[in-house]
Design a protein around this ligand. Sequence first.
Ligand code: GDP
Ligand code: IMO
Ligand code: MG
Length: 426
Amino acid sequence: MENTVVIGAQWGDEGKAKITDLLAEKADLIIRYQGGCNAGHTVVADGKTFKFHLIPSGILYKGKICFIGAGTVIYPEVLNEEIENLKKENIDLSGLKISPLATITMPYHIDLDGASEAGAKNKIGTTKKGIGPTYTDKISRHGIKVQDLFDKEGLSHKLDEILSLKNKELKEIYGLKTYSKEEITDICKKYAEILRPYVCNDWQKIYHDALKENKTILFEGAQGVMLDVDWGTYPYVTSSNPVAGGACTGSGFGPSVIKEIIGVSKAYITRVGEGPFATELTDETGDKIRNIGAEFGTTTGRPRRCGWFDAVVAKYGVLVSGLTSMAVTKLDVFDTFDEIKICTAYKDTRDGSVSEYYPTNVNIHKYLEPVYETHKGWKSDISRAKTYDELPENAKKYLARLEELMGVKISIISVGPGREQTIFVK
Ligand code: GDP
Ligand code: IMO
Ligand code: MG
């Protein structure tokens, strides 16, 4: 396998973790490069279900190096829970490594995320995991990095500066409880002890050796293209860069290292949280997709909004992430459908014009209507198909049309949550 990036090509929850887990078998290094515990990644292996928020989905294979990269934000409490759960399952954690440059989510970030959502007229529908406030602090240079937790003097100076600002924001803008320096210093000590066994200060040597020895690197994205802070449906996005470019800035490997970029799309689309979603189905067809596809959030348990596949979104993702192929998941969810629709373009109801390009200004979405074409369902159980040839004709036709509209090949087809329910297309 070539060095590969796996990213979500929709609004998250596309089944990235399943694809990462499958590819991780052939990788030496697996790096999660952005996002935090807003992510909920499910891997079903040998009949057991594992849920990850921060730990790379390659951890189930023994002997792999699993990095939590510099571009991530880490809430140590959630990471600790994940670690303890994996220990209970006797999963080998000797390969787990954390970048000293990742940014820590502090309790005040969680408070601020909750309060800003509660008070907003225009809610984003965040996961309330402190993601936006942590990235805001990182960019405004008020972040606490993993390495700061082990630098008593440096941390003390930093807290003097940061805490007065944070407390002002907490108290004066949101009327929330403030934190004393002593309290936060104790919390930082606790976080340091959680992270200490995994902090990787010799990452430069590991990276150099990996390149020299031609090791295989797998980059694991969280969220998806349409939630990207620069390329998504801003402001209804997360605060990091899930696009493939984020794999470089968030991991510390340059673009020349990457050879394959696999986007992951469901055979339909889901979205949690607010924001435009042209193909959303608020009728019984949407309910049917939600029930069959078990579309409830891994992190928050919220019901996911469901709708038809949007080829305009897919084509946009292919462009802004330079996808070399697409993995299409959850095709089995359509097994009982008479008809399946694909959105091929958007029609502007103001002047009747039709466009195949994604409108990046969310304010005009209220004037847009999806243009659909309808495909016949296959009305049979595909969950045991092992090869492309075994798929029913109508499923093949649906996939071929998706390829044509997206402009990339489909390299992987997923027909169920299990590892074995996967077709690698030759
Ligand atoms: P991620 O955030 O992109 O990793 O996706 P999630 O784990 O949040 O959500 C995907 C869900 O779909 C998980 O519960 C997976 O076990 C499940 N899943 C993945 N692929 C398939 C598939 O092909 N068919 C079905 N029925 N479920 C799948
Ligand atoms: P995975 O990696 C789906 C969404 C939230 C909200 C917006 C901003 O499992 O695909 P945030 O808490 O990040 O500030 O929320 O982004 N969101 C996700 N939606 N899957 C995710 O991760 C998500 N992570 C964040 O619902 O709309
Ligand atoms: Mg998810």
